[in-house]
Write a protein that binds this ligand. Sequence first.
Ligand code: HEM
Length: 127
Amino acid sequence: MPDQKQFTRAEVAARNSKEDAVFVIHNHVYDVTPFLDEHPGGHEVLLRAAGADASEDFDDIGHSLDAKELMKKYQIGEVVPEEHVEVAKREYQWEDVKHESGDGQWLTWRLPLILGVVASLTWLYFQ
Ligand code: HEM
């Protein structure tokens, strides 16, 4: 959205009540006042995040694509460019999956195979 309203982080910090609950997620500003009672995770967590940068908390929950679609409805603008903070998005990439299974795979199927061959050869040897 090109002509979005811009907010400083100080302006957002002042809006931290249940009558006016605003927070920042990845440099976008959200007014979740009308969403407080509808949030599946409860209003307490949203109120705790109000006035602050909730990027990490939001990512940590692993919100669904539906949630990410829904949040667009509550976006009221963005943080002024000079106050942008890049919080690394913690999402699983294919690379992570490959790394995680990398070493483990060897033990998972190659080791039992080798043990099987050794056992068969030993058995044949004693026949
Ligand atoms: C506009 C912003 C937000 C929207 C639209 C949103 C939406 C949702 C939705 C739809 C769910 C149901 C599960 C899912 O579909 O992922 C959910 C769960 C939850 N959300 Fe949010 N959320 C927002 C912000 C936040 C923030 C800032 C926090 C934490 C500070 C938070 C904490 C949680 C928690 C704890 C759950 C429950 C997870 C569970 O039961 O496993 N949410 N949210």
